[in-house]
Design a protein around this ligand. Structure first.
Ligand code: ASP
Length: 474
């Protein structure tokens, strides 16, 4: 007999069906036991009566919450006074004839039917596979899938090509420390995990793809905050032969289309644009919330652009990543691969008025948070070199760091620009969640441990030996 999903039971009154799923709740009224059986879409109330089906009644004695069961029975209309209007299947129930236990469950460490906000993060993430069973998390993760598909469709319509780039790679500066991976074949050498696919996507422009996107995982060894892990997913894109406005308009179209497709509510059809200076004056910050109180209540998303950021800022001596990135007193504010605005190209090339140079960077903010950023890139070697010179790099240090990009630029690089949007954050905003972790299947704990699996962990001695690594006390 074929399985019927709970969502398809409504049309099957009077029929015999086979239902499979988890026991959401069990209510024991003595001669009758009620099981609410849950599958990926919903619930069905199941009645197991001692008189009508003694065999099923015997099996149900053992059954507890979260057991996996299959139940053969008949779909019946509920009597008028027991209809549950809150449930799509509230007018029917399943009269069990046969029950089989497919998987037993110990007592779960927490209730998976609540919204889970009362439970500590450590235990939720240790048992994330159970935590994900709760309806709130099912909705969040499914919305994530729907939103990604909607973005993908919108981009494909605009002739973007989805291209993956490597995870084992060389350092790309995004203002954080790199995660590194030792090489077994070349002891003493390391790969860096990508802080972003920045250089690869630029190389793809040089390859002639003209419009690229992917949903990359980006890894940044940053200080952890309640809502920031080491790993995040972006919608990353890059376009050739474009101005800053072209990229902003394209992103706006794509984001708007996808948000509307998943039922999100937008404040503005045309996202307002603020200059960095204007935003600082008006809001005291470059991330700001344009919603009214009423819009905050009803889950509106208020997007805005911020442009005309300073290209450089003084190095913060306390910040270790600043020390890695810069060799002078200046480091980049957003992205070293950016182009300055045309009027300031001369300053950059001459290394003058460094504090005044404005970059082509554009940031997308939503409801008080930064949700993305990008820029028009320097597509000529001498421009990228000038940026590195301002950051104090010698010719040989520039070659070591971005020599491959300079070489690539020498073979016909089109003008290009792009952006990366934080996907986790957008899902959280769409769902009115405060933490990005609520939009990820397996996020990290606030102390940097992985969900369910206990990483980071020690390596066996033999593995260290093979990699030529000795652990020393710091
Ligand atoms: N690499 C991004 C860009 O497209 C920025 C980021 O990853 O945050 O400019």
């Amino acid at each position: 007999m074929q399985r019927t999903l709970t969502k398809d039971l409504v049309g099957k009154v009077g029929e015999e069906v086979l239902v499979k799923g988890w026991v959401n709740t069990r209510r024991d009224l003595g001669k009758i036991i009620f099981l609410d059986v849950r599958d990926k879409d919903g619930l069905i109330q199941t009645v197991v009566a001692s008189s009508a089906s003694p065999e099923a009644y015997r099996v149900v004695q053992e059954i507890r919450s979260e057991f996996v069961v299959e139940i053969k029975g008949e779909v019946k209309k509920r009597s008028e006074n027991t209809i549950n209007k809150d449930l799509p299947t509230g007018e029917i129930e399943l009269i069990a004839k046969n029950i089989e236990i497919l998987g037993r469950s110990g007592t779960p460490p927490f209730d998976v039917t609540s919204d889970g906000r009362e439970i500590g993060e450590d235990v939720r993430l240790k048992y994330r596979y159970l935590d994900l069973r709760r309806p709130r998390m099912q909705t969040n993760i499914k919305l994530r899938s729907d939103y990604m598909q909607a973005l993908r469709q919108a981009l494909l319509k605009k002739e973007f090509v989805e291209i993956e780039t490597p995870i084992l790679t060389k350092s790309t500066m995004e203002g954080a420390r790199d995660f590194v991976v030792p090489s077994r074949f070349q002891p003493g050498k390391f790969y860096a995990l990508p802080q972003s696919p920045q250089q690869y996507k630029q190389l793809l422009m040089i390859s002639g793809f003209e419009r690229y996107f992917q949903f990359p995982h980006c890894l940044r060894d940053e200080d952890l905050r309640a809502d920031r892990g080491f790993e995040h997913t972006q919608l990353d894109l890059e376009m050739s032969f474009v101005t800053r406005e072209d990229v902003m308009n394209t992103v706006e179209d794509v984001v708007k289309e996808a948000i509307q497709k998943v039922g999100g509510r937008l404040k503005d059809q045309k996202f307002p644009v603020f200059s960095y200076e204007g935003a600082m004056k008006k809001f005291g910050a470059d991330k700001f919330d344009l919603r009214t109180d009423e819009e905050k209540e009803n889950g509106t998303l208020a997007f805005a652009w911020v442009v005309d950021f300073p290209f450089f800022r003084p190095v913060n001596k306390e910040e270790v990543s600043d020390k890695f990135d810069s060799k002078s007193e200046w480091t980049f504010t957003h992205n070293p691969f950016s182009m300055p605005i045309p009027d300031h190209l001369d300053y950059l090339m001459r290394g003058e008025n460094v504090d005044k140079i404005i970059t082509t960077q554009y940031d997308l903010v939503c409801n008080g948070l930064e949700v993305g950023g990008g820029s028009i890139r320097a597509h000529k070697g001498e421009i990228l070199k000038a940026t590195y010179k301002i950051m104090g790099y010698s010719d040989s240090q520039i070659k070591e760091s971005v020599g491959h990009m300079l070489e690539a630029f020498s073979f016909g690089a089109p003008p290009h620009g792009g952006i990366a949007l934080g996907l986790d954050r957008q899902i959280a905003l769409l769902r009115g969640e405060v933490s990005v972790k609520e939009s990820m299947a397996f996020p990290m704990t606030s102390t940097g441990r992985t969900s369910v699996m206990d990483a980071p962990s020690q390596l066996p001695k033999e593995q260290l030996k093979e990699l030529g690594i000795k652990i020393v006390d710091k």
